[in-house]
Ligand binder design. Structure first.
Ligand code: C2E
Ligand code: CA
Ligand code: CA
Ligand code: CA
Length: 276
Protein backbone atom coordinates (compact mmCIF):
# COMPACT_ATOMS: atom_id res chain seq x y z
CA UNK A 1 0.00 0.00 0.00
CA UNK A 2 2.82 2.30 0.80
CA UNK A 3 4.09 1.57 -2.67
CA UNK A 4 0.86 2.77 -4.21
CA UNK A 5 0.98 5.98 -2.24
CA UNK A 6 4.48 6.57 -3.38
CA UNK A 7 3.46 5.93 -6.95
CA UNK A 8 0.78 8.60 -6.74
CA UNK A 9 3.22 11.05 -5.26
CA UNK A 10 5.80 10.53 -7.97
CA UNK A 11 3.25 10.69 -10.76
CA UNK A 12 2.02 14.02 -9.42
CA UNK A 13 5.60 15.32 -9.40
CA UNK A 14 6.21 14.05 -12.87
CA UNK A 15 3.05 15.70 -14.14
CA UNK A 16 4.24 18.94 -12.63
CA UNK A 17 7.63 18.76 -14.33
CA UNK A 18 6.04 17.84 -17.66
CA UNK A 19 3.77 20.87 -17.38
CA UNK A 20 6.70 23.09 -16.48
CA UNK A 21 8.64 21.79 -19.41
CA UNK A 22 5.72 22.33 -21.71
CA UNK A 23 5.34 25.86 -20.41
CA UNK A 24 9.04 26.59 -20.96
CA UNK A 25 8.90 25.19 -24.49
CA UNK A 26 5.86 27.36 -25.29
CA UNK A 27 7.69 30.38 -23.86
CA UNK A 28 10.74 29.60 -25.98
CA UNK A 29 8.69 29.11 -29.16
CA UNK A 30 6.98 32.42 -28.58
CA UNK A 31 10.29 34.16 -28.00
CA UNK A 32 11.71 32.69 -31.21
CA UNK A 33 8.71 33.70 -33.31
CA UNK A 34 8.48 37.22 -31.85
CA UNK A 35 12.24 37.78 -31.80
CA UNK A 36 12.29 38.20 -28.02
CA UNK A 37 15.55 36.43 -27.19
CA UNK A 38 18.30 38.46 -25.54
CA UNK A 39 22.01 37.99 -25.89
CA UNK A 40 24.46 38.97 -23.17
CA UNK A 41 28.17 39.39 -23.71
CA UNK A 42 30.98 38.31 -21.42
CA UNK A 43 34.33 39.94 -22.17
CA UNK A 44 37.48 37.83 -22.50
CA UNK A 45 40.75 39.23 -21.20
CA UNK A 46 44.47 39.15 -21.67
CA UNK A 47 45.35 37.94 -18.17
CA UNK A 48 48.60 39.91 -18.13
CA UNK A 49 47.51 43.29 -19.47
CA UNK A 50 43.82 43.30 -18.48
CA UNK A 51 42.87 44.23 -22.06
CA UNK A 52 39.67 42.96 -23.65
CA UNK A 53 40.54 40.42 -26.34
CA UNK A 54 37.06 39.20 -27.24
CA UNK A 55 33.55 38.51 -26.02
CA UNK A 56 31.32 35.44 -25.71
CA UNK A 57 27.66 35.71 -26.71
CA UNK A 58 25.36 34.00 -24.17
CA UNK A 59 21.65 33.66 -24.90
CA UNK A 60 18.99 34.80 -22.40
CA UNK A 61 15.26 34.05 -22.27
CA UNK A 62 12.86 36.15 -20.21
CA UNK A 63 9.91 34.50 -18.42
CA UNK A 64 6.42 35.90 -17.87
CA UNK A 65 7.62 37.66 -14.70
CA UNK A 66 10.37 39.43 -16.59
CA UNK A 67 13.18 37.37 -15.03
CA UNK A 68 16.01 35.78 -16.97
CA UNK A 69 15.83 31.99 -17.31
CA UNK A 70 19.24 30.29 -17.40
CA UNK A 71 20.27 28.77 -20.73
CA UNK A 72 21.31 25.69 -18.73
CA UNK A 73 17.54 25.17 -18.38
CA UNK A 74 16.33 25.81 -21.92
CA UNK A 75 19.29 24.80 -24.10
CA UNK A 76 18.82 21.06 -23.38
CA UNK A 77 15.09 21.47 -24.03
CA UNK A 78 15.71 23.34 -27.26
CA UNK A 79 18.09 20.60 -28.36
CA UNK A 80 15.48 17.91 -27.71
CA UNK A 81 12.70 19.82 -29.44
CA UNK A 82 14.81 20.83 -32.44
CA UNK A 83 14.29 24.53 -31.68
CA UNK A 84 18.06 24.87 -31.22
CA UNK A 85 18.52 25.35 -34.99
CA UNK A 86 16.31 28.43 -35.01
CA UNK A 87 17.71 29.65 -31.68
CA UNK A 88 21.31 29.23 -32.88
CA UNK A 89 20.60 31.17 -36.04
CA UNK A 90 19.04 34.06 -34.13
CA UNK A 91 21.88 34.25 -31.60
CA UNK A 92 24.45 34.16 -34.40
CA UNK A 93 22.74 36.99 -36.25
CA UNK A 94 22.29 39.11 -33.14
CA UNK A 95 25.91 38.59 -32.11
CA UNK A 96 27.26 39.52 -35.55
CA UNK A 97 24.99 42.59 -35.70
CA UNK A 98 26.14 43.70 -32.25
CA UNK A 99 29.85 43.11 -32.89
CA UNK A 100 29.47 45.02 -36.17
CA UNK A 101 28.06 47.97 -34.20
CA UNK A 102 31.10 47.87 -31.89
CA UNK A 103 33.37 47.69 -34.92
CA UNK A 104 31.74 50.73 -36.49
CA UNK A 105 32.46 52.61 -33.26
CA UNK A 106 36.11 51.64 -33.45
CA UNK A 107 36.09 48.68 -31.03
CA UNK A 108 37.63 45.66 -32.76
CA UNK A 109 36.25 42.85 -30.58
CA UNK A 110 36.21 39.24 -31.82
CA UNK A 111 32.90 37.59 -30.97
CA UNK A 112 32.37 33.93 -29.98
CA UNK A 113 29.09 32.11 -30.41
CA UNK A 114 28.22 28.73 -28.86
CA UNK A 115 27.25 25.99 -31.31
CA UNK A 116 25.27 22.98 -30.08
CA UNK A 117 25.80 19.45 -31.35
CA UNK A 118 22.66 19.52 -33.51
CA UNK A 119 23.82 22.75 -35.16
CA UNK A 120 27.25 21.30 -35.88
CA UNK A 121 25.54 18.25 -37.40
CA UNK A 122 23.24 20.47 -39.51
CA UNK A 123 24.42 20.49 -43.16
CA UNK A 124 23.18 24.09 -43.46
CA UNK A 125 25.49 25.49 -40.75
CA UNK A 126 28.11 26.89 -43.14
CA UNK A 127 25.35 28.61 -45.16
CA UNK A 128 23.78 30.06 -42.03
CA UNK A 129 27.14 31.49 -41.00
CA UNK A 130 27.89 32.88 -44.45
CA UNK A 131 24.50 34.60 -44.43
CA UNK A 132 25.01 36.09 -40.96
CA UNK A 133 28.39 37.49 -42.03
CA UNK A 134 27.02 38.89 -45.30
CA UNK A 135 23.80 40.33 -43.88
CA UNK A 136 25.71 42.15 -41.18
CA UNK A 137 28.73 43.04 -43.29
CA UNK A 138 30.87 41.48 -40.56
CA UNK A 139 34.43 40.23 -41.18
CA UNK A 140 34.79 36.44 -40.86
CA UNK A 141 38.09 36.56 -38.98
CA UNK A 142 36.36 38.25 -36.04
CA UNK A 143 33.84 35.41 -35.61
CA UNK A 144 34.61 32.33 -33.54
CA UNK A 145 32.43 29.27 -32.94
CA UNK A 146 32.64 27.49 -29.58
CA UNK A 147 31.94 23.78 -30.03
CA UNK A 148 32.27 21.18 -27.27
CA UNK A 149 34.47 18.19 -27.95
CA UNK A 150 31.41 15.98 -27.42
CA UNK A 151 29.55 17.83 -30.20
CA UNK A 152 32.58 17.51 -32.49
CA UNK A 153 32.67 13.77 -31.88
CA UNK A 154 29.02 13.12 -32.69
CA UNK A 155 29.84 12.56 -36.32
CA UNK A 156 33.49 11.66 -35.92
CA UNK A 157 33.83 10.33 -39.47
CA UNK A 158 32.65 13.59 -41.01
CA UNK A 159 34.18 15.91 -38.42
CA UNK A 160 37.25 16.89 -40.40
CA UNK A 161 35.22 17.74 -43.51
CA UNK A 162 32.85 19.83 -41.45
CA UNK A 163 35.65 21.64 -39.67
CA UNK A 164 37.46 22.47 -42.90
CA UNK A 165 34.21 23.64 -44.49
CA UNK A 166 33.81 26.04 -41.57
CA UNK A 167 37.41 27.21 -41.35
CA UNK A 168 37.45 27.84 -45.10
CA UNK A 169 34.93 30.61 -44.40
CA UNK A 170 37.70 32.38 -42.53
CA UNK A 171 36.15 32.02 -39.08
CA UNK A 172 37.86 30.59 -35.97
CA UNK A 173 36.90 27.44 -34.08
CA UNK A 174 37.29 26.86 -30.33
CA UNK A 175 36.85 23.58 -28.44
CA UNK A 176 34.58 24.49 -25.54
CA UNK A 177 34.57 22.90 -22.06
CA UNK A 178 37.80 21.13 -22.89
CA UNK A 179 38.52 18.14 -20.66
CA UNK A 180 34.90 17.30 -19.87
CA UNK A 181 34.12 15.36 -23.07
CA UNK A 182 35.09 11.90 -24.14
CA UNK A 183 37.41 12.47 -27.07
CA UNK A 184 40.58 10.40 -27.09
CA UNK A 185 44.03 11.77 -27.76
CA UNK A 186 43.93 9.99 -31.12
CA UNK A 187 41.04 12.23 -32.15
CA UNK A 188 42.52 15.35 -30.64
CA UNK A 189 45.14 15.62 -33.36
CA UNK A 190 42.35 15.54 -35.94
CA UNK A 191 40.62 18.54 -34.40
CA UNK A 192 41.53 21.25 -36.83
CA UNK A 193 40.78 24.05 -34.38
CA UNK A 194 42.33 27.34 -33.27
CA UNK A 195 41.43 27.73 -29.61
CA UNK A 196 41.11 25.47 -26.57
CA UNK A 197 38.85 26.61 -23.72
CA UNK A 198 39.73 25.07 -20.36
CA UNK A 199 36.51 24.17 -18.59
CA UNK A 200 35.72 26.13 -15.47
CA UNK A 201 35.21 22.98 -13.40
CA UNK A 202 39.02 22.51 -13.41
CA UNK A 203 39.85 26.20 -12.91
CA UNK A 204 37.46 26.42 -9.96
CA UNK A 205 39.49 24.12 -7.71
CA UNK A 206 42.91 24.35 -9.33
CA UNK A 207 44.40 25.97 -6.24
CA UNK A 208 42.88 23.73 -3.60
CA UNK A 209 42.95 20.41 -5.41
CA UNK A 210 46.27 19.00 -6.60
CA UNK A 211 44.58 16.86 -9.26
CA UNK A 212 42.71 19.78 -10.78
CA UNK A 213 45.92 21.78 -10.83
CA UNK A 214 47.68 18.97 -12.68
CA UNK A 215 44.79 18.66 -15.14
CA UNK A 216 44.91 22.39 -15.93
CA UNK A 217 48.68 22.18 -16.30
CA UNK A 218 48.41 19.18 -18.63
CA UNK A 219 45.66 20.75 -20.77
CA UNK A 220 47.79 23.87 -21.16
CA UNK A 221 50.88 21.97 -22.25
CA UNK A 222 48.79 19.81 -24.60
CA UNK A 223 47.19 22.89 -26.15
CA UNK A 224 50.50 24.65 -26.48
CA UNK A 225 52.17 21.69 -28.14
CA UNK A 226 49.33 21.66 -30.67
CA UNK A 227 49.85 25.37 -31.34
CA UNK A 228 46.45 26.38 -29.99
CA UNK A 229 45.41 29.58 -28.27
CA UNK A 230 44.42 28.75 -24.68
CA UNK A 231 41.71 30.42 -22.68
CA UNK A 232 40.52 29.61 -19.16
CA UNK A 233 36.82 29.85 -18.21
CA UNK A 234 35.48 30.78 -14.80
CA UNK A 235 38.44 32.81 -13.51
CA UNK A 236 37.12 34.19 -10.23
CA UNK A 237 40.18 35.13 -8.16
CA UNK A 238 43.47 36.99 -8.51
CA UNK A 239 45.25 33.85 -7.28
CA UNK A 240 43.80 31.84 -10.18
CA UNK A 241 44.78 34.57 -12.62
CA UNK A 242 48.39 34.47 -11.39
CA UNK A 243 48.54 30.68 -11.40
CA UNK A 244 47.26 30.56 -14.99
CA UNK A 245 49.84 33.12 -16.15
CA UNK A 246 52.53 31.05 -14.43
CA UNK A 247 51.36 27.99 -16.36
CA UNK A 248 51.46 30.11 -19.54
CA UNK A 249 47.77 30.39 -20.21
CA UNK A 250 47.41 34.06 -21.07
CA UNK A 251 43.71 34.47 -21.74
CA UNK A 252 40.70 34.16 -19.48
CA UNK A 253 37.13 35.09 -18.73
CA UNK A 254 35.21 35.00 -15.50
CA UNK A 255 33.61 36.92 -12.68
CA UNK A 256 37.01 38.32 -11.61
CA UNK A 257 36.81 40.53 -14.69
CA UNK A 258 33.12 40.72 -15.54
CA UNK A 259 29.84 38.83 -15.57
CA UNK A 260 28.02 38.56 -18.90
CA UNK A 261 26.54 42.01 -19.61
CA UNK A 262 23.61 43.30 -21.63
CA UNK A 263 24.47 45.27 -24.77
CA UNK A 264 24.43 48.73 -23.22
CA UNK A 265 26.37 47.69 -20.08
CA UNK A 266 28.90 45.90 -22.28
CA UNK A 267 29.49 49.01 -24.33
CA UNK A 268 29.90 51.16 -21.22
CA UNK A 269 32.34 48.58 -19.85
CA UNK A 270 34.41 48.61 -23.05
CA UNK A 271 34.58 52.39 -23.15
CA UNK A 272 35.57 52.61 -19.47
CA UNK A 273 38.32 50.02 -20.00
CA UNK A 274 39.72 52.00 -22.91
CA UNK A 275 39.88 55.15 -20.80
CA UNK A 276 41.84 53.39 -18.03
P1 C2E B 1 29.47 27.80 -21.38
O1 C2E B 1 29.60 27.94 -22.86
O2 C2E B 1 30.49 26.96 -20.69
O3 C2E B 1 29.47 29.30 -20.84
C1 C2E B 1 30.01 29.71 -19.61
C2 C2E B 1 28.96 29.84 -18.54
O4 C2E B 1 29.60 30.14 -17.31
C3 C2E B 1 27.96 30.98 -18.76
O5 C2E B 1 26.74 30.58 -18.14
C4 C2E B 1 28.61 32.11 -17.95
O6 C2E B 1 27.69 33.09 -17.54
C5 C2E B 1 29.14 31.36 -16.76
N1 C2E B 1 30.31 32.01 -16.15
C6 C2E B 1 31.15 32.91 -16.71
N2 C2E B 1 32.12 33.26 -15.86
C7 C2E B 1 31.90 32.59 -14.72
C8 C2E B 1 32.58 32.53 -13.44
O7 C2E B 1 33.59 33.18 -13.18
N3 C2E B 1 32.05 31.67 -12.51
C9 C2E B 1 30.94 30.93 -12.75
N4 C2E B 1 30.51 30.14 -11.77
N5 C2E B 1 30.28 30.96 -13.93
C10 C2E B 1 30.75 31.78 -14.90
P2 C2E B 1 25.35 30.76 -18.89
O8 C2E B 1 25.30 32.08 -19.61
O9 C2E B 1 24.28 30.49 -17.88
O10 C2E B 1 25.36 29.63 -19.98
C11 C2E B 1 25.36 28.27 -19.62
C12 C2E B 1 25.63 27.39 -20.80
O11 C2E B 1 24.54 27.46 -21.73
C13 C2E B 1 26.87 27.77 -21.59
O12 C2E B 1 28.02 27.24 -20.97
C14 C2E B 1 26.56 27.13 -22.94
O13 C2E B 1 26.91 25.78 -22.91
C15 C2E B 1 25.05 27.27 -23.02
N6 C2E B 1 24.71 28.41 -23.88
C16 C2E B 1 24.59 29.71 -23.58
N7 C2E B 1 24.24 30.44 -24.66
C17 C2E B 1 24.13 29.57 -25.69
C18 C2E B 1 23.80 29.71 -27.09
O14 C2E B 1 23.56 30.79 -27.63
N8 C2E B 1 23.79 28.55 -27.82
C19 C2E B 1 24.09 27.33 -27.28
N9 C2E B 1 24.06 26.25 -28.06
N10 C2E B 1 24.40 27.18 -25.98
C20 C2E B 1 24.43 28.28 -25.19
CA1 CA C 1 31.06 28.60 -24.35
CA1 CA D 1 32.14 25.64 -19.65
CA1 CA E 1 29.05 24.41 -21.93
Amino acid sequence: QEGRNRFCFFSHDLEHSIMERHHLETRLRKALINDELFVHYQPKFDLRTNEIVGAEALVRLVNDEGEFISPAEFIPLSEESGLIIMLGKQVLNKACAEAKRWLDKGHIIPISVNVAAAQFADPDLACVIKEALLNNDFPAHLLELEITETALMIDAADMQNKLSELTSLGIKIAIDDFGTGYSSLAYLKKFNVDVMKIDMSFVKDMLNNKHDYEIVKTIISLGKSMGLVLIAEGVETEAQRHALIELECFMGQGYLFSRPLNTSDFETFVIQKKLQ
